[in-house]
Design a binder for this molecule. Structure first.
Ligand code: BT5
Length: 262
């Protein structure tokens, strides 16, 4: 299996800020945690942390992210001048960048499950964990953690992941070139991120909708306050999910389960 190389990723990397600095580690607890401490110490917008394996990879809400060698485990440090309410948009734009990279480089047809999952045939091939450090009304930094099951065998998964997760290697029956993949991902990410910074999140929403595996489906959404069951109708200009049950509910954050076709 090819090794990660910051130099190979940076070679011909056509971005302005994203990936300007790539911090590579063989093993970390979590790339998001390393990125956080770098951000506190003054790292710039666009610096990237990447690791071959994570001992304590994190999902949302304290869940575990299985991160053996062969995957793509990376975090992007962002210092945008935005308000905290805009931060969830970053998860959606990262999803668009990941799905486009997989579909264009691997010729697969992955779909996005709102808000942060990358699915291939309903199995999870990757996920996004966006964490933010903010004060009232002001974001200090955002860490976008991206996990993609690249060159992993299904046998490396234990328990229910053996049936709920998949990997690019399993679908393609071969390894991918992770350096080229990450290079493309950083370019796609910068593209979406600059649209967002230039008040053109609408273009990301449009792409998200075409990549969506959620819209039109019967879903169950669990939020901090309630459980909503209905048809996922649309996402709005802020990336909130609109769910039709008795009326139309607008959901900004939550856990989504796809129940069935409509
Ligand atoms: C996510 O959480 O999907 C966010 C995953 C983000 C991982 C990246 S890797 C780089 C960066 N550093 C970190 O420490 N994290 C980020 P969530 O939606 O909560 O999904 C978590 C659930 O996905 C778990 O409870 C498992 O059921 C499942 N899962 C765990 N590891 C998986 C894997 N490798 N592939 C597919 N599913 C997995």
């Amino acid at each position: 299996m090819s090794e990660f190389s910051s130099q190979a990723i940076k070679e011909n990397l056509q971005t302005i800020t994203i990936g300007s600095e790539i911090h590579y580690f063989d093993e970390v607890e979590s790339t998001n945690d390393i990125a956080k401490s770098l951000a506190e110490k003054g790292a710039k917008d666009g610096e990237v942390v990447i690791a071959e394996r994570q001992r304590k990879g994190k999902g949302r809400l304290g869940r575990v992210w299985h991160s053996p060698p062969g995957g793509i485990w990376l975090s992007i440090i962002l210092k945008p001048e935005i308000t905290p309410s805009d931060a969830p948009k970053i998860t959606l734009l990262a999803g668009v960048a990941v799905a486009r990279t997989i579909n264009e480089m691997c010729y697969l047809n992955v779909k996005l499950k709102w808000p942060n999952d990358i699915l291939f045939n309903e199995k999870k091939a990757g996920g996004i964990l966006t964490e933010m450090h903010a004060e009232v009304g002001k974001v200090n930094y955002v860490i976008v953690g991206i996990g993609i099951n690249a060159n992993l065998d299904i046998v490396s998964f234990q328990g229910e992941l053996q049936t709920t997760a998949t990997t690019l290697k399993h679908e393609l029956k071969k390894d991918i070139d992770r350096n080229k993949f990450v290079q493309r991902l950083l370019m796609e990410f910068e593209n979406e991120y600059s649209s967002f910074l230039n008040d053109n999140f609408a273009s990301t929403v449009k792409k998200w909708k075409t990549l969506s595996g959620t819209l039109g489906r019967k879903v169950r959404i669990t939020t901090a306050a309630e459980i909503i069951q209905g048809i996922a109708l649309d996402i709005d200009k802020d990336g909130a999910l609109l769910v039709k049950n008795n009326g139309i509910k607008r959901v900004l954050a939550g856990e989504c389960v796809h129940l069935s076709e409509t």
